[in-house]
Design a protein. Structure first.
Length: 136
């Protein structure tokens, strides 16, 4: 395990502070952004172009029946507390300040909802498997 340096500790502290500040600034407009884009953060589970896409709030990732493979040992807050999966593999998503969403697969093409991000990833993958994204 790498040794914790002062530089790394300060970097982590700055990232946490920035995340907390961003969430405080973005959170009041989040409901308006969902309404403005016509989407919501409701769970979804569907087959799109032959691929199973799923999404739900990540605060309860502990294994709800019917969402097999969605439990996880790590939680990332880039997705504003929302987790998205393609064929059971987590698709890392992030919510932008304007309420739009991006993923690691379609990073430069913002979409209005996590479901749209999952669909855009399936389109971009063109049948290829989504590989797990390393946490660190």
């Amino acid at each position: 395990m790498p040794e914790l340096t002062r530089r790394h500790a300060l970097t982590v502290a700055a990232a946490i502070a920035a995340t907390a500040g961003t969430q405080a600034l973005v959170a009041p407009g989040a409901a308006a952004a969902d309404h403005r884009h016509g989407g919501s953060l409701e769970p979804f589970d569907e087959v799109y172009k032959g691929r199973r896409i799923q999404g739900r709030p990540s605060h309860d990732m502990g294994g709800i029946g019917g969402m097999g493979g969605m439990g996880g040992g790590h939680h990332h807050e880039h997705g504003a507390g929302y987790a998205v999966f393609v064929d059971g593999v987590e698709l890392h998503v992030m919510r932008n300040a304007d309420g739009s969403w991006i993923s690691v697969v379609s990073h430069y093409d913002p979409v209005p909802t996590p479901r749209a991000a999952a669909r855009a990833a399936v389109d971009e993958l063109q049948g290829a498997a989504l590989l797990p994204f390393p946490a660190n």
